[in-house]
Design a protein around this ligand. Structure first.
Ligand SMILES: *Cc1c(COP(=O)(O)O)cnc(C)c1O
Length: 355
């Protein structure tokens, strides 16, 4: 079965085999070597200086990392502005609410890009806002939200950014150095091609020094400080860490961030062109989309279930639209061990189904 859903991804054989390594006690030096290597390699994905940035690992899915970041980095007296244009923006607002963090939500229609003028007006109207949360790649629609525009707005006002990079880390560029990003949350099993169970926050050490403890298990500050001392508070998903390190080695061997971006872009364009030839339209133009996943309009007279079941019978798992978009859209991700030949077969299957 080929997974074209936005994580977990189809594994390469190399990563799958890495799960068969020797059992490790998480209180032995071998585990701390593994943890150290994962943390160092995560920073290398974006060439980050370990003196300024920390990669904090945790056991959980991408949402655990997002929750850990939000719960830790908005100070007790601070306020969060959530830029919302999809399911994952909504999720950050729910997390802020759950922890009683002061916040406002700047709602957008899910098909729309964040509106810089509205964001600027909100930041100017409410000078108590200390942090802006944004989804880099809003997987709901496949839209790549423009971090540069938002960075400039935040920078000019001394506001820090908390970024959900769960479905973009490793494939889309992020300017960590000149933007006011305090942290980016992500996971092992999307663009990095690891297995589910390991997630992480890339956080500025300065921001970490001021972090607060609102949660017990996902406490970013404690996780970071213990990991810096070659320690861990709880039992980590050791095998998921093995896979993450192997996936990061493979990532480097394949040429790193630029190469992964180029690989996804070629696959996404192959899907777009092939579907266009069958009369299936993308929900957004390529220049507004990520290379990771794209949403397409369901052809008239075809339900998602028919499309999904027909493709699954031929070995492909596609993904439904979320929320109100489920009756209009379907999504295709090209993360994981997917080759141009796979996409060719996918397009043939589409062609047969749509006839
Ligand atoms: C996948 C995803 C998440 C987290 O999902 P999990 O199921 O918790 O791994 C968060 N944000 C975005 C943008 C995502 O694509």
């Amino acid at each position: 079965m080929l997974l074209l859903n936005p994580g977990p991804v189809t594994l390469t054989e190399r990563v799958r085999r890495s799960l068969l390594q020797t059992d490790l006690c998480h209180r032995e030096s071998e585990f701390y070597d593994l943890q150290d290597e994962a943390r160092a390699r995560l920073l290398e994905v974006y060439d980050l200086d370990p003196a300024q940035w920390s990669a904090v690992l945790m056991t959980g899915s991408g949402t655990a990392a997002v929750e850990s970041m939000i719960a830790a980095l908005v100070p007790q007296q601070g306020k969060l502005l959530v830029v919302q244009n999809g399911v994952y923006g909504e999720r950050i607002a729910s997390i802020a609410k759950q922890y009683g963090i002061a916040h406002d939500v700047l709602d957008h229609d899910w098909m729309q890009a964040p509106d810089p003028a509205r964001i600027a007006a909100q930041l100017d109207a409410d000078r108590t806002i200390t942090h802006v949360a944004v989804i880099h790649h809003e997987t709901t629609t496949g839209r790549l939200n423009n971090l540069c525009t938002l960075s400039a707005l935040c920078h000019a006002r001394g506001v820090q950014m908390l970024v959900d990079g769960v479905s973009s880390f490793g494939a889309e560029s992020i300017d960590f150095v000149s933007s006011p990003i305090a942290a980016v949350a992500a996971t092992a099993n999307k663009c990095l091609h690891g297995v589910p169970g390991a997630a992480f926050v890339i956080v500025k050490r300065e921001a970490l020094a001021q972090a607060v403890s609102r949660t017990y298990y996902l406490d970013l500050k404690r996780l970071a400080s213990l990991q810096d001392q070659r320690n861990t508070p709880f039992t980590p998903s050791v095998h998921a860490y093995y896979a993450l390190v192997e996936a990061l080695c493979e990532f480097v061997d394949e040429g790193g961030l630029k190469a992964r971006h180029a690989r996804y872009e070629a696959l996404a364009e192959q899907v777009r062109a092939g579907l266009a030839a069958l009369g299936v339209e993308p929900a957004l133009p390529p220049e507004q989309s990520s290379v990771v996943l794209r949403a397409y309009r369901l052809p008239t007279g075809v339900t998602y279930e028919q499309l999904h079941d027909g493709l699954k019978a031929q070995g492909f798992v596609i993904y439904a639209g979320q929320g109100g978009l489920s009756a209009q859209l379907f999504r295709i991700s090209t993360m994981g061990a997917i080759e141009p030949g796979d996409i060719e077969r996918l397009l043939q299957a589409f062609g047969q189904l749509l006839q």
